[in-house]
Unconditional design. Structure first.
Lengths: 272, 309
């Protein structure tokens, strides 16, 4: 049983953990991790057919964090969802530890693919969807990408392939936080109109508030809807979401929070 | 060799329902039989090799045994990032097949040549690099590749190459096949140049020089046992390849020799020069320009042997 107030509390917990991990391990990409937390929570608590006690069950749904630089968010979600002991998060980015800055190869149960280089997740997901078709399994594939990532040509190769094969078990969620590493994503490349681009490629595209858990669940749940069209959920988000002094401030792509800032963020998240 | 590939992939798919063939919009009619028999395990991935290669990794992560197939530069250097990250880093059993390797598509120009593929690919951890010598080696090479737990690259010629085996040989990965024995020089052939090396050996014979010729179908892992013995037994060991002298089998052998020398034998690396071959011309003509004909190879070996005396 899930309910959105319950999920909102989970999102807050994960955000607090992500801020803390960035501080302790001194790793960047905090803003990018915070912007997709609600998308991950909707996916892991309201959509994906997964069992943390059987992480390799052949019929499981597959989730790929194609924007691998949001690894802290994925790790915190998988720990909270029961895939591994949350104390493992304390070892994030330590020398020789299991959890690197980008999701490593089979680093922990629940990580389906090693990512970090952008534009790789969707082709991998399509391959998994084709495998499910060949093996006649009910597996659905969900790929979470960033908006800047949509500048990679490989994304559009995959975007053109999936509708041709009627891969309607595939969903992409795009974390459209309007920023990439060094500037506005709509200015550096002609990204907008993003939903129209996916529609023009044959996808069933919709736009939602990427921090509205009900809207995210409503956008994901009909998959597959029998139309033969894969689904693209363009999630309008705020980079650094949940911490007032990080929201929509692209310095937090690289900045690492101080102990004081972590405390301030924690207070804000608990008061929310 | 491509016909041998089509026959072998069809036979493999009949034995193993994990085999999936991904083609980069090439092989018109070549896979008709395969497609008719296994329609659910064939995908024409279009002119989109990055996606094809990434999807192959996704298929393999789900327990299948995909092959990717297109013209060599598009199967390899076009998608080097996908091979490195999706296939080699994930260490999944994808077989990457390049057809028309080296100068097979000579007249199509440098966009369609591939004289750098082995040099780049053999630096990737987990990847086995296989260069069958003729159509007879293709099927057994594919069987050996599918039996591996990790990825492999198979470098094919195009069609109509001379065959050096009468029947399909046993291919053991990392073990060269001695095609003829000799005492004066050892020629290590890579891929389709093994047939040329055998022709060169006949010419050397006419000059009273006897050559051992080996099909070095595996570039990685190197047959170090064979190298150790060859550099002890022979004063001269020559590599013959339709690949750049930078990075190919000659380089791989040179790396081994530098780390394990000095030995009795010295190395002569015969391959394509460090240039783009941009003039129009046939494969035969380009091989002549590069000194990759039996005549030119035999003369070069003779000169080097004389200098060593």
């Amino acid at each position: 049983m899930t309910s959105t107030p319950h999920l909102a509390a989970i999102s807050r917990r994960i955000r607090a953990r992500v801020v803390e991990m960035s501080h302790v391990a001194e790793t960047p990409h905090l803003g990018s991790s915070l912007s997709c937390v609600d998308m991950l929570v909707a996916a892991y608590w309201g959509y994906l057919r997964i069992d943390p006690t059987q992480p390799l069950a052949p019929d499981r749904d597959r989730f790929i964090l194609s924007k691998g630089h949001a690894a802290t968010a994925l790790y915190a979600v998988l720990a909270e969802r029961g895939f591994f002991d949350p104390t493992l998060l304390d070892t994030y980015n330590e020398d020789g530890a299991l959890l690197p800055e980008h999701p490593g190869l089979q680093c922990v149960p629940g990580v389906e693919a090693a990512t970090g280089s952008l534009g790789h997740g969707l082709p991998l997901g399509l391959g998994m969807a084709l495998a499910a078709r060949i093996q006649q399994r009910p597996t659905r594939c969900l790929v979470l990408m960033s908006d800047g990532e949509c500048e990679e040509g490989s994304v559009w190769e995959a975007a053109m392939f999936a509708p041709a094969q009627k891969l309607d078990t595939v969903t992409v969620m795009i974390d459209y936080n309007k920023w990439q590493a060094t500037g506005r994503s709509d200015e550096i490349m002609a990204l907008a109109p993003l939903a129209d681009k996916w529609r023009a490629f044959g996808w069933d595209a919709c736009e939602v508030d990427g921090h509205d858990l009900d809207a995210l669940l409503a956008a994901l749940r009909p998959v597959p809807d029998g139309t033969g069209r894969p689904r693209a959920v363009i999630c309008h988000t705020v980079k650094g979401k949940g911490v007032s002094f990080m929201e929509d401030d692209n310095n937090w792509h690289y900045r690492i929070p101080t102990a004081e800032e972590v405390e301030k963020a924690r207070v804000e998240l608990w008061q929310a | 060799m491509r016909n041998a590939f089509a026959a072998a992939i069809t036979a493999l798919a009949a034995q193993d329902d994990r085999i999936v063939l991904l083609s980069g919009d090439i092989g018109n009619r070549l896979f008709d039989t395969y497609r008719a028999r296994f329609p659910s395990r064939f995908y024409n991935c279009g002119v989109a090799e990055q996606n094809m290669t990434g999807m192959a990794a996704g298929l393999a992560l789900s327990g299948l045994r995909p092959f990717t197939y297109t013209i060599t530069p598009f199967a390899t250097t076009r998608v080097i990032e996908q091979i490195r990250v999706d296939i080699c880093y994930h260490n999944v059993p994808v077989v990457i097949v390049g057809t028309g390797s080296g100068l097979s598509y000579a007249s199509l120009g440098p966009t369609h040549h591939s004289c750098e593929d082995v040099g780049i690919l053999r630096t990737f951890p987990n990847l086995t690099v296989l260069c069958p010598a003729d159509a007879m080696e293709v099927g057994p090479t594919m069987e050996a590749a599918v039996a591996l737990p990790g990825p492999a690259y198979i470098r094919l010629g195009k069609k109509g190459e001379p065959t050096i085996h009468e029947t399909p040989p046993t291919i053991e990965i990392g073990r060269g096949i001695v095609m003829r024995d000799g005492t004066d020089v050892c020629l290590l052939g890579m891929g389709t140049m093994t047939a040329t090396a055998l022709e060169a050996a006949k010419r050397l014979m006419a000059h009273g020089l006897s050559a051992r010729v080996v099909s070095m179908h595996t570039v990685k892992p190197l047959d170090t046992d064979l190298l150790r013995k060859s550099f002890e037994q022979f004063r001269l060991v020559a590599v013959v390849e339709e690949h750049s002298v930078i990075g190919g089998l000659g380089s791989a052998v040179a790396e081994w020799l530098a780390a394990h020398g000095p030995r009795r034998g010295v190395l002569e690396a015969i391959g394509t020069p460090d240039i783009f071959l941009s003039a129009a011309g046939s494969q035969q003509w380009m091989r002549e320009q590069c000194g990759l004909t039996p005549q030119a190879i035999a003369e070069r070996i003779t000169r080097r042997l004389k200098a060593l005396r």
